[in-house]
Design a protein around this ligand. Structure first.
Ligand SMILES: Cc1ncc(COP(=O)(O)O)c(C=O)c1O
Length: 416
């Protein structure tokens, strides 16, 4: 008897997560055949030799005997106190432990908060490029992402007038990713003020993904949105994965700020959805206080001589020396998002390029169009490898782009 294949949720066809998609699968096949690849597709510090700071590891080890039971659905009280105090210090109005939600990474909280917010057909203003989970979670919670451009010509900064023009009666929220993945843009205060004014005018929830808040280069300054938003409901996301290099612990948080009356039932909705999944992983929550109120271990990595700073320098030098690439220098986060230009860009397809780079040069990057942009001549690399490895990566990329340019030239001659 042949059984009918299982049907899956139809809207999954609209959802992509290519950072771990087909190219990554092909990379695993090649590795199984014995090929040694340089994989730049995931911002996963532990995979590049970074360790979570020792005092965080110790904070968990010391309390491991206390990690067996479920906790409150919003997280361990002491962890929520520490997050609320951290937010108060940076000026978040009405931040209190009761309005903190701890999750299995920011990822879980993105999904949970959109599920708490959206009704079918509701719209969410999402940056393009975006971190693709924002689009996916909007779609899977029956919403519709409406993209506002963060154009390379504008340093990957959004245009508030364009955001305002995209607001419709169905718009419920504005997503901001700052510092940005994949572009590395860091948004100036005046720009954030204008976006907050739009949210205020149209009564939209501000959803601020600030997971890279302390990963900043060359004097860039991070401005959290919540203090600007004041009484306006704002949900600010942070976590241990990036700044504290502990992706595998799966610890993230969301802080609801602004006037509690204006946030209506949203707090209850988040609490209920949190309760349905019982609680987040407990061990990592014991590191939160040490992370937020202990020694700063990220600034030195981002300062001259620090590994992330030097990795970014290696990418910027390589792009500057390239005959085919240009780039807006990342001001923060863990990525660079270069563009292919000139002859090599003729007929260029970012997916084809990424596949050929993998097959012929043993380097895995993420095609730019994976981040929900309409153009196809960008790619993303993470800044996590050793600077020397990044220089080698860009030598290989240049070699392939030389071939792309040669092919484009030959085609042009053939057509002429
Ligand atoms: C912008 C952004 N938000 C959220 C996440 C998810 O982080 P977490 O490990 O906390 O789930 C990532 C991970 O790369 C990210 O880049």
């Amino acid at each position: 008897m042949s059984l009918p294949p299982i049907k899956t949720r139809e809207r999954l066809t609209e959802v992509r997560y290519e950072i771990r998609g087909e190219l990554a699968r092909r990379a695993r096949e090649l590795e199984a055949q014995g090929r040694r690849l340089i994989k730049l597709n995931i911002g996963n510090p532990g995979a590049f030799g970074f360790r979570a700071p020792e005092h965080l590891q110790r904070a968990i080890a010391d309390r491991i005997a206390d990690t067996d039971p479920y906790t409150h659905q919003q997280g361990l009280p002491a962890a929520r106190e520490a997050i609320a105090a951290f937010h108060k210090r940076r000026g978040t109005p009405n931040a209190s432990p009761e309005r903190v939600f701890v999750g299995n990474g920011v990822s879980e909280l993105i999904d949970l908060s959109l599920r708490a917010l959206l009704n079918p057909g509701d719209e969410v203003l999402v940056p393009s490029p975006d971190y693709p989970l924002w689009s996916a979670a909007t779609i899977l919670n029956d919403g519709r992402p409406v993209y506002y451009r963060c154009a390379p010509e504008n340093g990957f900064l959004p245009d508030p007038d364009e955001i305002a023009a995209l607001v419709s009666p169905r718009t419920r929220a504005i997503v901001l990713i700052n510092p940005n993945n994949p572009t590395g843009a860091v948004y100036p205060r005046e720009l954030l003020e204008r976006i907050v004014a739009i949210a205020a005018r149209h009564k939209l929830l501000l959803m601020c993904d600030e997971i890279y808040d302390h990963i900043l280069y060359d004097g860039a300054r991070f401005q959290p949105v919540a203090p600007i938003a004041g009484d306006l409901p704002c949900l600010s996301f942070g976590g241990l994965s990036k700044v504290h290099r502990a992706c595998g612990w799966r610890v993230g948080w969301a802080v609801l700020s602004g006037d509690p009356v204006a946030s209506g039932d949203f707090h209850h909705a988040m609490d209920l959805l949190g309760a349905l999944r019982l609680c987040a992983n407990v061990p990592g929550q014991f590191a939160i206080e040490a992370a937020l109120h202990g020694e700063d271990t990220i600034s030195a990595l981002c300062a001259p001589g620090g590994r992330l700073h030097e990795a970014r320098r290696a990418v910027m030098d390589s792009v500057a020396a390239s005959a085919h690439l240009r780039m807006v220098a990342p001001q923060g986060a863990l990525y660079a998002f270069p563009a292919v230009t000139g002859e090599a860009a003729h007929g260029f397809d970012d997916h084809r390029f990424a596949l050929e780079l993998l097959e012929t040069e043993d380097v895995l990057v993420v095609p730019g169009s994976s981040f929900n942009v309409p153009y196809r001549h960008h790619f993303r690399v993470t800044l996590l490898p050793q600077p020397e490895d990044l220089r080698e990566v860009f030598r290989r990329i240049e070699r392939l782009l030389d071939r792309c340019a040669e092919r484009a030239r030959a085609q042009r001659v053939a057509v002429a």
